[in-house]
Design a binder for this molecule. Sequence first.
Ligand SMILES: C[S@@+](CC[C@H](N)C(=O)[O-])C[C@H]1O[C@@H](n2cnc3c(N)ncnc32)[C@H](O)[C@@H]1O
Ligand SMILES: [Zn+2]
Length: 272
Amino acid sequence: MEHQTNHNNQNEQDYGDNPLEVRESDTYQDEYVRSFVDKWDDLIDWEGRSKSEGEFFIEKLREHGAKKVLDVATGTGRLPRAILRQPPFDGRIIALDLSQGMLDEAVRRTAQFSDRLTFIHQGASQLPFKDNRFDAVTCIEALEFMPHPMHVLDELIRVLRPGGVLLVTNRIGPDARFLPGRAFDPDEFEEILQQRVLEQVKTRTWQVDYSLVWAVKDGTPRGGGIRPLPDILSCPHCTGSLVREADSFRCEACGRRYPVKEGGIIEMAEVN
Ligand SMILES: C[S@@+](CC[C@H](N)C(=O)[O-])C[C@H]1O[C@@H](n2cnc3c(N)ncnc32)[C@H](O)[C@@H]1O
Ligand SMILES: [Zn+2]
């Protein structure tokens, strides 16, 4: 990733000498600001890459009969868009990110798919979902930015249904050595997955400086499928069940309310 320079403009972010540095802080939401959102899309060549990426994912989703997909750290919604634009996929996607700026852009870029796509503003460390709910869980080019990637990996697996497919990337290449504990040798990363309730672990190279690893959750296939949101969501604070109200979801156990904001984004990260 290019090094961005701060010109003392409050709307810009200083990425420092190490742009790969993890930042999950109280000010996180302010840090992924608009200027970065735009630059990120330039850097990843959204249009150029999404077709082949989409085709690969569509194939994996088809192989596993996936109808309900979770994309964690969705950014500007690149992956949901790449999947939803492919006619063979007729399922639904929930996309989650900790950056409000990224989500705003994602909503804008995926407007045509809004009836099949739900966005949630929330960190990946406490996924607000019941166990075994998704047919496929993706987390692309993001684990290395998280302070506790192994904990997030466990969360991804928890919400994936047995028989469902997990697709995650592992950072490789020259920058990986700056990310101890967050980027792994490809063999080591496969082992990390094999030590969990996963089978059929496979790896391929992915774009620049990533490997893409996919695996199937062990166990008798159950769960997943398209369901109403209250049957999928859980309270990120107490894991209680949520009920739908006019413009929010309310936790039946602790009473917290999670508003549905403009663009349909369910707000969780800012609810204390
Ligand atoms: C490099 S971008 C990748 C975005 C998208 N997956 C893609 O491939 O285009 C990394 C994303 O991870 C998100 N992210 C970083 N830490 C996170 C966390 N703890 N919880 C949720 N999202 C996080 C950032 O906000 C950002 O959108
Ligand atoms: Zn609760």
